[in-house]
Design a protein around this ligand. Structure first.
Ligand code: SF4
Length: 225
């Protein structure tokens, strides 16, 4: 079964709008460094001030679920990351993730935290953003997602300055986030000194994982890497 509302027979007709599919190493999350196939879906309802994938807001190519699955299989990798844009802005992303799990892939989802994650296949590791004030999208955080977080999920906060860091600390405390799942803190490249963020985390003994975006270190954020 692909999903409750998308029988196998429909995988030839279900369509997704895709910006790119490519193999690289995972640049973020606890899966960092793992060879991974990335499926970047087109479209996002947010406009984070520091967004590094604005090229995925529009355009893309309409492809059948079958064609997308074949493309992913051609890369010969076990890990698949469904990303965007905001993948959940396309309903068919749910069928894609279920089909990938059925096929035996280890699947992660990178989502903005602004859309409901409850319908995502339970086998998927959900990497859920909490948008800090510096993103300009604070009001888009969906509080109903927080109680849904499980140990296999991760919360990611990208921080532009000390005010964002203080906000992140308050969120961790208020929602007891570290008891729910791994919490990832990253600096906005070019805005917040990574060493400064690391020092704040150690100073405050925050129960989080500091991370840099590995793909930026390796390839300076080149598209498709
Ligand atoms: S949610 Fe992600 S893709 Fe959308 S604007 Fe923010 S950073 Fe960019």
């Amino acid at each position: 079964m692909v999903s409750i509302d998308t029988p196998v027979a429909e995988t030839a007709t279900v369509k997704l709008r895709i910006t790119e599919i490519f193999a690289s190493v995972q640049g973020e999350s606890t899966r960092v460094g793992l060879p991974t196939v990335f499926v970047r879906l087109t479209g996002c309802p947010l406009r984070c001030s520091w967004c590094d994938t604005a090229y995925a807001f529009t355009g893309g190519e309409s492809r059948t679920l079958d064609a997308v699955l074949q493309d992913i299989a051609s890369h010969g990798l076990k890990h698949v990351c469904v990303t965007g844009g905001e993948p959940l802005s396309q309903k068919a992303s749910l069928a894609l993730m279920s089909a990938l799990c059925d096929a035996g892939y280890s699947v992660s989802l990178e989502t903005s935290g602004a859309l409901d994650i409850s319908a995502v296949d339970a086998r998927v590791a959900r990497i859920v953003d909490l948008k800090a004030p510096g993103s300009g999208e604070l009001e888009r955080n969906l509080p109903a997602n927080i109680p849904l977080l499980r140990a296999q999920d991760e919360v990611k906060m990208v921080l532009a300055d000390e005010a964002d860091y203080d906000w992140a600390k308050a969120q961790i405390l208020e929602h007891d986030l570290a008891a729910r799942c791994t919490v990832l803190l990253s600096p906005v490249a070019g805005d917040l000194d990574p060493a400064q963020l690391a020092e704040w985390i150690v100073r405050d003994r925050l129960p989080v994982r500091f991370q840099l975006q590995l793909h930026k270190v390796l390839w300076n954020d080149a598209r498709g890497r």
